[in-house]
Ligand binder design. Structure first.
Ligand SMILES: [Zn+2]
Length: 87
């Protein structure tokens, strides 16, 4: 386990019985779980589709893409794909 777990303040009920977990491997993500009211949040792992991505690019004054950039590293692709399949 490469991450760090710490206590935090629940944004929903102000309880201090809230666990915050941060990890940077294989990529940055954070989760939070309140042990009193049940509130939780986590990093969602997915890929945007081309249409949505191009709408965001347009808002950022970037030219539209015709295809999504291919993932080039086999190990990274395998790790990322596992997270997308089962977050
Ligand atoms: Zn709470």
């Amino acid at each position: 386990m490469s991450g760090v777990s710490e206590s935090g303040l629940c944004p929903a009920c102000d309880s201090e019985e809230c666990t915050v977990y941060r990890d940077c491997k294989p990529f940055n993500r954070v989760s939070l779980e309140c042990l009193e009211c049940g509130f939780f949040t986590y990093t969602q792992v997915a890929f945007n589709d081309l249409a949505y991505l191009n709408s965001v690019r347009e808002d950022s004054d970037l030219p539209p893409l015709t295809t999504l950039k291919e993932l080039t590293d086999d190990t990274t692709t395998e790790i990322i794909s596992a997270w997308v399949a089962s977050p």
